[in-house]
Design a protein around this ligand. Structure first.
Ligand code: SF4
Length: 407
């Protein structure tokens, strides 16, 4: 009798140790996490924007920062959060925050999470929204990367987009960033604007490359229903964007960037060697990221995604009343995870490894998606190179059609 109990106890202990060992192994295998903090305020609303953002007021920003601190400090959504090696302030216009507010938020993150000493800390910055002194203060707080919303260097195009800055503001703020010690700056550029010509786009590229940012994100304009821009186009106030011309602009951008030594590492992103956005890369490589603030999204790196309340006032009310701001949660099935691995992984121009897919999912990517892969290869949208499956340039332009097959 005693022997039986002792054996059972020993087996239980072994089982428990095995489980702990497996959990530790899983944690050790997981990639470091990123923190995303959403700042939902802007000075004015751009005509194409459908982001979760509202008008800036000092009082609302102060209340919102306090709500964010409460959310970060009381956050228990993941039992064993990963070490954090990127922090990203996005929006909206995070550069409307004071340096004191940014410091308060960073302190809350450092208190709640283990942050790597070499963490990439990015803030989005809108031209003309921030002084030289504030940028220097951001830099001294450890912000070491700026994502800079240039969009276009043509003042008429900026006005048509409802942007509240000029091309000169962009140049000036860029030089302020350099003076403040920012050595890792990314520009956002938008191609395919209503009325934009190829000559105009090439002038934009001349201006952007003359400033030599370390990173470039470029987007083809999307017209979202319900935005002022959609109405302008519907009523003929602005011409409908020309999709074929936008595709040519994409090609021109890639050629120009390659000639200047930039690497095209993701469908919409280019960088000087080694200066990929470490934070954004997490979104495409199934690394965990934890989002804070209204409309922020999160992923635990395995099978769980969740999203916060989108409306800023409702978000602050939920935090004030001690409720979780999470309003949506998805458990990914094995099938979902495989599909995500394909359509997110294919965004990276280096391609998706057949061997890695098989190691993670115990399945053969070629067999699982045989028909779609054959169809896209014949259409010239994907190519296989050794162990890698990649989008071609044409595939990068038509990526939504490729990805739809895997969703
Ligand atoms: S600055 Fe960005 S977030 Fe703000 S309104 Fe313009 S596009 Fe939207």
């Amino acid at each position: 009798m005693f022997d039986d109990s002792a054996r059972r106890l020993k087996n239980l202990c072994n089982l428990r140790n095995l489980r702990i060992a497996l959990i530790n192994l899983r944690i050790a295998n997981m990639k470091p996490a990123g923190i995303y903090i959403h700042i939902p305020f802007c000075r004015s609303r751009c005509s194409y924007c459908d982001f979760a953002t509202g008008m800036y007021s000092a009082e609302a920003a102060e209340r919102y920062v306090l709500a964010l601190v409460t959310e970060i400090e009381s956050w228990r959504v993941v039992d064993t959060p990963q070490t954090v090696d990127t922090i990203y302030f996005g929006g909206g216009t995070p550069s409307l925050l004071s340096s004191g507010q940014l410091e308060t938020l960073l302190n809350a993150v450092y208190k709640r999470f283990t942050v790597a000493s070499n963490a990439e800390v990015t803030t989005e910055i809108n031209p003309g929204s921030v002084t030289k002194e504030t940028l220097a203060a951001f830099r001294s707080l450890g912000v070491n990367r700026a994502s800079f919303g240039a969009q276009t260097f043509d003042d008429n195009e900026l006005a048509r987009l409802g942007r509240c800055h000029s091309a000169e503001d962009t140049r000036r703020t860029f030089h302020h960033l350099r003076d403040a010690g920012f050595r890792n700056v990314s520009f956002d550029l938008i191609a395919g604007l209503p009325g934009q010509t190829m000559a105009g786009w090439r002038r934009n590229l001349d201006e952007a490359f003359a400033l030599a940012p370390e990173h470039l994100s470029f987007y083809l304009l999307e017209v979202h229903q319900g935005t002022p821009l959609a109405n302008h186009i519907r009523t003929g106030l602005q011409p409908r964007p020309d999709e074929d011309l936008a595709a040519d602009m994409y090609e021109a951008m890639l050629d120009r960037a390659a000639a200047a030594g930039y690497e095209h590492y993701e469908i919409s992103n280019l960088c000087l060697p080694g200066l990929e956005s470490r934070h954004n890369t997490k979104y495409w490589t199934a690394a965990p990221y934890y989002g804070f603030g209204c409309s922020a999204h999160s992923y635990d790196g395995e099978s769980r995604r969740w999203a916060n309340e989108r409306d800023v006032l409702r978000y602050m009310e939920m935090i004030a009343s001690g409720c979780t701001p999470i309003v949506d949660e998805t458990r990914l099935s094995e099938v979902d995870r495989r599909a995500e691995a394909v359509f997110l992984g294919l965004r990276m121009m280096q391609g998706l490894s057949f061997a890695e897919f098989s190691r993670v999912f115990g399945a053969d990517l070629r067999e699982q998606y045989q028909q779609d892969l054959t169809r896209f290869r014949e259409a010239g949208l994907i190519e296989c190179s050794g162990d890698l499956l990649k989008l071609t340039r044409a595939g990068a332009l038509l990526s939504n059609e490729v990805f739809a097959a895997f969703v």
